[in-house]
Each structure stands twice: as structure tokens, then as C-alpha cells.
Design a protein around this ligand. Sequence first.
Ligand code: NAD
Length: 295
Amino acid sequence: MANIAFIGVGNMGNPMARNLMAAGHTVTAFDISADFLARVADAGAKTAGSAAEAASGAEVVITMLPAGKHVKDVYLGGLFDALEPGKLLIDCSTIDVAAAREVHAAAAEKGFPMVDAPVSGGVGGAEAATLTFMVGGADDAVASARPLLEKMGKTIVHCGGAGNGQAAKICNNMMLGIQMASVAEAFVLAEKLGLDAQRLFDVSSTASGQCWSLTTYCPVPGPVPTSPANREYEPGFAAALMLKDMGLALAAAKDTGADVSVAEKAASLYQDYSDAGQAGKDFSGIINLIRDRAD
Ligand code: NAD
């Protein structure tokens, strides 16, 4: 069983840390939020007053932070000095590929094996330990991380070298963001044409329009009773998080010269929806923006 430093025990990190403790690991947590830190302490974690203090004496460091800036602040801000070289670093945050590769390179220079391991599955997946991990890093680092990731998730895919976990995450979520926009537009067009939503669902869910945004997350109430549309678009996956991930995809496309013109258009819908005060609503709520814009 390992001594694990867990930095960033927010909505995702809290249940992930709890699953590690349930598997018998010892967790020392740090978060700048006293509230989140208290919650994980209630579940049995030790707490620390800084990331470096949490890392001191740890065998593994896991981070689950909001964005690349926070990940760079934590790893490049003194944590390496608190940790014995050779200890494993696992960053589960969703961040830009460039920042992930920068932190990997700094870790390698100091003698720390590292993996980027962003997740899919949301808070429900974190609680149920059914997350999908998309992992980037060297084979031996991924092999060391795998037994811990298996305590927090169900599917672990090694996507290649440093930063490739982040690359897989943003490519996947770019597809999702575009697909939801396409499904939402189709259902609004169907309304205009006098085609019942359930009938469109019955056709498309078994035809070539089939996708997760339709069959699991249908943006109109009715056809999929568990989708956020049936509970006033309470998330689920908030529009703000989709906007963040689309932003990461657009930035990566800019860096690499990839043409993502459809993603740019889809991202503008999540931006407009967020600007309209709906950032905390589920991302499938863009259907209301699209409907309101129709003549
Ligand atoms: P969150 O905001 O609830 O948690 C992040 C935590 O990091 C907060 O508690 C915050 O106080 C803490 N933090 C920020 N800076 C810190 C620092 N310097 N030192 C220590 N703690 C610090 O966010 P979340 O929903 O848990 O998401 C975490 C990551 O997981 C994000 O990168 C997000 O994009 C990704 N993600 C979230 C979901 C989801 O459904 N919530 C799904 C997949 C991926």
C-alpha cells in the first residue's frame, strides 16, 4: 500500500482520493479550499498545509487541478524539492498539451517518472470508480501508475508518450462538443418541420445519426429519461467545462495548424450560452439557445 499525496481534492479529486483510501492506501491531501480539504479529512485523509508538505515522504503524487496554470504552479513551484527523485507523479487534471509536456520535461530533468492521466466520466464516474483514464508517458511510468488508476477507474488506455493522454482527452471532447451541437440543431429543425422528437429519436438512435449525445444525453426531454434535459439541464457536464475543453482543442489546433472550423463554430455556441448566464447548466442546454435564435 502506498503513501499518496493528493493535491486538488475538489469535486473530482475528493471521491478519487476516497476510492484510494477504500483500497487501503494512505492519502495526505492538500487543497487551497478549506472546505474540500475538510471533506476528505472526514473520509480519513491526513491533511497538509501546502503541496510540498503533502509530498514530503510520499511515494506517489496525484494532482487533480483546474487548469495548466495550477498544474505548473504546483509542480514547478517547489514540489520537486520536497520529493525524493524516482517517486511517481500522476496528473489527472485536464490541461493543455503544451503545459503537460512542459511539466513532464521538468519532471524528467529532476528524475521523476510522470504520467498525464486525464479522465472521462465526471463526478459520478469518480464516485463509482468507473472513470476512463487516458494516459500519456513512458511504458514503465504507466505500468507503475496503472494499479492506482485501476482503483479509481475502469478503463485505462495508454495513448503514447508525454502529453498524449491530454491529446486524447481534448480530441474526444471536441468530438462530443460538435456532436451535441449537431443533435441539438437537428431536434430544433425537426420541431420546425413538425416531426415529433420521439420519432426522430426512434429513427436516428438506430440509424447513421447515432451518437452518445443522442442516445445517452438526448438534449430534449422524453426520449432518454436520465438525460439532463429532463431535469431543467442541471449538469451532468456543465457548459463551462465543455467551453474549457473546446478552448483547449482550439488552442492545440492553432499550435499545430490543424483545421477545426466546425469545432470553432460549435465552441461559439458554448461561449454564447455561457455568456447568457448558463455556464453552470448542462452543455446540452445549448438546444435552448439554438431554439431561441430560430425565426
Ligand atoms: P474543482 O474546481 O472542483 O476542483 C479543483 C480543486 O483544485 C479545487 O478544490 C481547488 O481549490 C483546487 N486547487 C486549485 N489550485 C490549487 C493549488 N494551487 N493547490 C491546491 N489545490 C488547488 O474541479 P473538478 O471538477 O474537480 O475538476 C478537476 C479537473 O478535472 C479539471 O481539470 C477538470 O477539467 C477535470 N474534469 C472534470 C470533470 C467534471 O465533471 N467535474 C470531468 C472530467 C475532467
